[in-house]
Design a protein around this ligand. Sequence first.
Ligand SMILES: [Ca+2]
Length: 41
Amino acid sequence: MSYEKVGSQTHISIDTDGDATADMLIILDGKYNLDAGDFIL
Ligand SMILES: [Ca+2]
């Protein structure tokens, strides 16, 4: 899982099958500093 700030949003990319290509993208409206502790996966 990784995230990047894009403009005024934060994009979270999640690779669910381990092939190094993101399969899910979550877009947060706003800029956030995230870490693994912010998620329950
Ligand atoms: Ca993948």
